[in-house]
Design a protein around this ligand. Structure first.
Ligand SMILES: Nc1ncnc2c1ncn2[C@@H]1O[C@H](COP(=O)(O)OP(=O)(O)OP(=O)(O)O)[C@@H](O)[C@H]1O
Ligand SMILES: [Mg+2]
Length: 371
């Protein structure tokens, strides 16, 4: 008999149940019901257990799928960034080549000047020997003067320090370009880190210089903005696309006249956001195309110049990843201004911090090295 029924009967009849046949049958029927109920309960429990196990597995599968999709997204963005940086590679190589040629010329001059100075040193030893031997001091002095004149010592005195300065400037420029490339190419960690957007913009401008320098004058107005929690490398990717787009637009507008346009980049803090404006006086975006520019693969550029992914990716980085906004104003034939707003605070509560002296100083300078 079912244990629970046995206990109930014992409790109810005080160990003295009725001994009638009808009662026996009733108890048997009751027992069957108890046994069935128990078996149903066990079945339900087993099904529930199996269902919750299945749910847990499904959850785990979804978690893994989401992680895989997120990883894929990161890899796609990284691939797109490397594609953009790769497209600039020829220009960057030229940017590095110019100061390197400059360094080469100066090292060549320094080498020949050092040769001259060594010769002068050897002659001085000879002159010292002549003085020791008691030769005519006037004749020796005249000889020394003649030698110095032959070597154009005044020219060397003037040019040697300059050559050293120019060489170290050239090397610094190459280091700056390589550092900017590394800054731009590196992939972001998953977590946001505090970063200086002005510095990111400066690095991006160094790498993109070959794209805009022939077509536009650059106006930079980088305000005093705090360090903000962000994926710095991805924001650099946004800046890179906006700057290259601006350069293309300016190039397209002024192509026929051969004139130069203007690209103006500014940053400022606005209450709880940092605002970055990239403005150009390029060809502008015709009204009928304005609604489409953020669509993936929408491009008006010839093959090889654009794939139409830049703004779609930029908007995903700004809006989805940083909870910021990306807007633009444009007039066909007059120019375009893109505005990016990034919040000073991120989801995990990380706040912006005031920019440090060294952070501000770290912004690279722009020595000019010809075309
Ligand atoms: N500053 C701008 N001035 C004029 N048109 C622009 C500007 N920025 C974007 N556009 C227009 O929006 C389109 C889409 O831009 P997006 O950056 O997404 O792609 P792309 O520049 O064509 O290619 P990619 O960035 O993938 O190399 C451009 O093809 C161009 O027509
Ligand atoms: Mg683009």
């Amino acid at each position: 008999m079912h244990k629970l029924l046995e206990r109930q009967l014992a409790g109810f009849f005080n160990a003295d149940p009725p001994k009638t046949e009808a009662f026996e049958r009733f108890v048997q029927a009751l027992d069957t019901v108890f046994q069935q109920r128990e078996s149903y309960q066990q079945q339900i429990e087993r099904s529930l257990e199996a269902a919750s196990h299945e749910l847990l597995e499904q959850n785990e599968r979804h978690r893994r799928d989401i992680a895989a999709i997120q990883q894929l997204e990161i890899e796609l963005r990284q691939a797109e960034k490397l594609r953009a940086v790769g497209q600039l590679a020829a220009g960057v190589a030229h940017e590095i080549n110019t100061p390197m040629q400059f360094v080469g010329d100066n090292v060549h001059f320094l080498k020949s000047a050092c040769g001259d100075l060594l010769q002068l040193g050897i002659h001085l030893m000879v002159l010292c020997d002549q003085i020791d031997a008691g030769e005519d001091p006037h004749a020796i002095a005249a000889g020394a003067r003649k030698l110095a004149e032959e070597m154009d010592i005044n020219y060397l005195l003037e040019e040697l320090p300059k050559a050293f300065t120019r060489t170290s400037e050239g090397v610094a420029r190459v280091v700056e370009i390589v550092t900017a490339m590394k800054d731009l190419g590196r992939s972001d960690q998953r977590a946001m880190v505090l970063a200086d957007l002005n510095r990111g913009l400066n690095s991006t401008l160094i790498v993109a210089r070959s794209e805009y320098k022939h077509v536009a004058d650059l106006e930079l107005d980088l305000g005093d903005v705090p360090l903000i929690p962000c994926h710095a490398g991805e924001l650099n990717q946004v800046f890179l696309n906006l700057i290259v787009n601006a350069a293309h637009a300016v190039g397209a507008r002024h192509a026929e006249s051969g004139g130069r346009g203007k690209i103006r980049i500014s940053t400022r803090a606005d209450r709880d956001h940092v605002v970055i404006d990239v403005a150009d006086d390029g060809c502008g975006i015709p009204q009928e195309k304005q609604a489409r520019i953020f669509e993936p693969f929408f491009t008006t550029k010839p093959v090889g110049q654009g794939t139409g992914q830049g703004l779609a990716i930029a908007r995903a980085i700004v809006v989805d990843k940083h909870k910021g906004t990306m807007t633009f104003e444009s007039k066909a034939g007059e120019g375009t201004t893109f505005r990016v707003r990034i919040p000073l605070r991120c989801d995990d509560g990380t706040h912006a911090v005031a920019i440090t002296e060294s952070g501000a100083d770290a912004a690279p300078q722009y020595p000019s090295f010809g075309p």
